[in-house]
Design a protein around this ligand. Structure first.
Ligand code: AMP
Ligand code: MG
Length: 328
């Protein structure tokens, strides 16, 4: 079985082609960058619509298949930005109906975990999913992916992006903050906020920007921002590992590219006697292969959807998904 997976929840539009043996045959993406400021949902949706045909052609070419070879269409049904999700769903419905093949709506956050389980052979990990739009600590328990901890305000990637923007650096901020942090020497106290198992990054962001305006050294600030934000992520992830007694830790999402975060998590995992996994960078960010693979898992487990069930779910929570393809 060959599945075309369409990703479109935020900046990135992607189409992945994956077969039922879990081989990724193609995975092209196109990313929208706003000229200034943050993401504009309608503009992003227009960018995705304008690029959909191009990305599809590129995917088919890379996979060396004809469009008629596609047996299943999967798409990111949520969570994400409304206009972007609707564009993605429209493309998926059109293709599925035209090809006469089944359609499967996939939860974006869970797709990140499933592609990690496929490529890293982690069987039952605690997952730290950190990106521009999400920050969650997730683990499977009793038929569902449960959220053990999450941000109560902004995602950690967004915190880094907005900080960079406010101090006059280009998007995306994560890699820039990482680079500047390497030259940082002094830790400047910043608000460290963990509430129970949940996280908050907006106070940290505000204070970092304030310190910048007061003339604090930018390298020291980036260093302190990373150390504070990542320590909070590690604390919550460690507690989830200890509580669930799972022995695998999976890091994914765009922020997984960060070397310092990897280092801190690796150390913590060793102390918890857990194995640490990070998928290859191109499978950590948003892309269609993860949607295709999750689509195959769901379809093979008997999940079926009619077109009228494909309405987008902007706030679709990870723990609302009935995970029909996993028993334990
Ligand atoms: P995603 O939302 O999964 O597409 O990932 C994009 C997010 O990852 C943005 O917030 C980026 O700033 C962030 N990111 C990318 N590279 C790095 C890095 N090296 N360190 C920290 N964050 C990063
Ligand atoms: Mg994502």
């Amino acid at each position: 079985m060959i599945c075309l997976g369409i990703e479109g929840t935020a900046h990135t539009f992607g189409m992945g082609i994956v077969d039922s043996a879990g081989r990724v045959l193609a995975n092209p993406t196109k990313t929208y960058f706003p000229e200034k400021g943050g993401i504009h949902p309608r503009e992003a949706a227009q960018f995705h619509a304008a690029n959909a045909k191009l990305v599809l052609e590129e995917a088919l070419r890379a996979a060396r298949i004809e469009i008629e070879d596609i047996d299943l269409v999967a798409f990111s049904q949520g969570p994400g930005l409304g206009p972007v999700l609707r564009t993605t769903a429209t493309a998926a419905r059109a293709l599925a109906v035209w090809l006469g093949v089944p359609i499967v709506g996939v939860n974006h956050c869970i797709a990140h975990i499933e592609i990690g389980r496929l490529t890293e052979a982690a069987k039952d990990p605690v997952t730290l999913y950190v990106s521009g739009g999400n920050t969650q600590v997730i683990a499977f328990d009793a038929g569902r992916y449960r959220v053990f901890g999450e941000t109560i305000d902004i995602p950690v990637g967004n915190c880094l992006d907005v900080f960079a923007r406010e101090v006059g650096r280009p998007h995306p901020g994560g890699p820039i903050v990482e680079k500047l942090a390497k030259a940082g020497k002094n830790y400047l106290p910043l608000p460290y906020v963990v509430k129970g198992m949940d996280l908050s990054f907006s106070g940290l962001l505000t204070e970092a920007i304030r310190k910048h305006r007061e003339g604090a050294n930018i390298n020291d600030l980036c260093y302190s921002l990373q150390e504070t934000a990542f320590a909070a992520l590690v604390e919550v992830t460690e507690r989830a590992l200890a509580h669930t007694e799972k022995k695998e830790l999976l890091l994914t999402g765009g922020v997984a590219a960060n070397g310092r975060l990897r280092e801190m998590l690796k150390l913590m995992a060793r102390e918890q006697r857990a194995k640490f996994y990070v998928p290859p960078r191109e499978l950590c960010g948003d892309q269609g292969a993860m949607i295709a693979w999750n689509g195959i898992l769901a379809y093979k487990s008997g999940f079926r959807q009619s077109i009228k069930d494909t309405k987008v779910k902007q706030r679709w929570r990870t723990d609302e998904v009935e995970v029909t393809w996993r028993r334990s």
